[in-house]
Every structure is written in C-alpha cells, then in structure tokens.
Design a binder for this molecule. Sequence first.
Ligand SMILES: [Zn+2]
Length: 455
Amino acid sequence: MSSAGKVRRLAAITLAAGAATTVVASGAANAWNGDRTSDVRHAVQGGKARNVILLIGDGMGDSEITIARNYSQGAAGRLNMDRLPLTGAYTTYALQKANPNLPDYVTDSAASGTGWATGRKSYNGAISVTPDGKPQQTILELAKRAGYRTGDVTTAELTDATPAVLASHVVDRGCQGPADMKNCPTNAKENGGAGSIAEQEVQTGADVYLGGGKARFAQTVKAGRFQGKTVVDQAKAAGYDVVTDVNGLQSARPGKNGRLLGLFSDGNMPQEWTGPLAKTGGTDPSRCAPNDKFSGPHLTQMTSKALNVLDDQTRHGKKGFFLQVEGASIDKRDHAADPCGQIGETVEFDKAVKLARDYARQHPDTLVVTTADHGHTSQIIPLDAQSPGQTATLVTDEGAQMKINYATNPAGQSQEHTGTQVRIAAQGPQAANVVGVTNQTDLFGTINRALGLRH
Ligand SMILES: [Zn+2]
C-alpha cells in the first residue's frame, strides 16, 4: 500500500470510529453538540478510487428514509446510510419528450437513471438514449472499456429501468425482452437494432447481474446469431453461469474469466415485509411483519455475492470495479400505498449500504455513494390530521404511533412519484462532489472522475 493509501485508511478508520460514537450518543438530547469539523475535513479526499459502489434506493426520498428510520431505529436513531460523512441533495427532473428544452418536473426511474448513468437528461421512459433516441455511453460501459469489472444488482427485474440504464439503450423502458418490442421498432433485432434490454445486457457483458426478470430472459430471440434460442441461451454462450435460487447463488464460482447471471423470480423479487395497506379513513395502529411468502435471496445476499465475485476478479489486477445495487421495491410498495412493504425494502437496502461500508473499511480507496432516483408519495402526518388520501398508522419499534399518508392519486390508483430533490451521500475519493445541491447528471461526472475515465 502507498503511504497515501495508509493515510486514507487511517482517515477511514478514524471516521468509522467517529460515526460509531455519534450513533451511540444519538439518543441523547445533545448528540450533535460535538465539533465535527475534523471528521468532515478528513472525509474530504480527492484523487482516484479503485472501486465505486453506487446504491440506489428507488423512490427513496427524504420522507421514505425518515419513515424507515422512525420505524426501525427510532426518531433519534441512525440508519447506515445516515452515517456516510458527506451529504447533499440533487435535483431529479426529466425533459419533455416533445419539447426537450422544457423540464418535466417529475421524473421516472428511466429518465432519472439515464441522467446519472450517462450524464445527459432525457424524457420519461428513455433508457440511456437522448430525447431524439440516440444511445449515450453509460458509466458501466465506460468503466468496462477501461478495464474495470462491473456488476448490476436489483430486487426488480434485471430489465427494469434502473439496472437497464447501465447496460442497454432503447427508446422505451417497456422493451424489456425480445417479445416486448412494440414501442421500440428501431431497437428490435429483426429491424437491425441492438435488441431488447435483456439481449443488450448480455451483449454489454457486465461480470455480475443479479435480480429478478427470469421470464424476460426466457423469451425467444427473433433475429441474428441466437434466433430461435432464448436470451438465457445467449447468456450461457457469452460465458454466464446462470443461477436461479439461493443455493445456486451461494455456490456459484464464476472465477476470473467467468460471469454470473442470477435470475431469482419470473418478475420482480418478493417483498421483505407485509402489513396493512393505507386506506381512506385510515387503519388501526398496526405492526409490520416479515413476509412469510418471501423466497429467493435477500438484497444483502446478492450484494455480498457481487462484492465477493468482483473482489475476487480484481484482487490481483490493476483495476477495481464498478457495482450498482438497487433497492427497487421501495418505489413499488410506495406506488401500492403499502407502508410496511416500503419500510421493509428500505431497511434491507440500508443493510446493503452497511455491506458497502464494511467493504470500504477494508478497501478505503472505494467510493461509496447512496442516493435515490426520485422522491415518492409517502408523508408522515399528524395523528389527528384528516387526510383526503389513504393513510395507515403504524406502531414503531420504539412504541410510538406514526401516521403515513398517500395522497398523490385517488384510492385505487397507483400512487405517484414526486418532483422533490433527494438526498445523495458518499464516502471515499471524490465524495466531496455530492455536497451542496447538485444535479443528478453531476453524479456521472463524479464517478467518471473517481475511476479516472475522463476529466
Ligand atoms: Zn416508480
């Protein structure tokens, strides 16, 4: 290790110790009276990172974070994501497809992901293409080309927007498998395009893909070398070990020259927790429970495996890795006005943040970033508020009641994203670039700089 590396490692250890002290004290009324100037100064590091771990909580706005914190840690407690030393906010707006000079103030995960993955804004539904449909190089593609190993992990289908923006380019997010191409004629294989999201992900060739979406990869390729075969066949021909359950995940050893594709459910992966859905007029005070129908690996198990494989593949090489980890169903349960579902996903995502931080403690030249792609519906409101929307009242682990409101659409309809800025927090080389109020597209530049891809 270089002496700079030693200094960085010391700084990281000091910070970690400082964070732990803060957490222990955070129940006390004067927890933040300490002078943190020195901790923050140590947290600011320029230079290059060997590895980047980017964790995206889909739909994880400040409100979703606070709800999960209140429920699981207590109002004065802290989540793992709260312990990242450098924090800012970023704006998430999309562009109007018909008039890209004007903003669309509420983004979806596709436009949002296109922003952070390519550094260019686009319209809702765009998967790493410009408003006129041109593919834009993604951070994963650039990292791979520069010799980094790459990974893409999600609890949604692997062809859903957030994992898709890193490794594919289509004009509509719905074009997930070869049978789903009706909105993307120019991208279809049979028309000479690069194919569906699933096909393009295999062609891009990230070293590790883990998530749901088995049914998309079971679809039949319509043209080209793999015509008549499934996308899974195409993946196997490209060197992927394909695994479909926890045992397969844990025993997979793709090695230095292998690749790993985990497809653990037909669609999105199951949710961690269950509880009462919000309803008009509210619910009785309730507790959340583990989902007894849960099957397949947890996000933490996928994250841990991805880190092991990528660490293994890069240990003796010059270059490290880029890994994206998405907690996708925070968003999906928020759409469904399901507070326990949403909290369970946020808590599991937060444990994945801890794994990333544990890795960075051992490898201090790792940039860890945690953020969201957009805000969402849920709000904490007073217990006696008479919301016209749907509400649920939960009894938190610390024994207080918390009333959560969903009111961006009428009952019975999917609740909606919001256009608020969201939190971005980081540690490691280049982490200072998340401080203040930035734009979502700035994250692309931060990761580029950290990996030395371009300046
Ligand atoms: Zn959504």
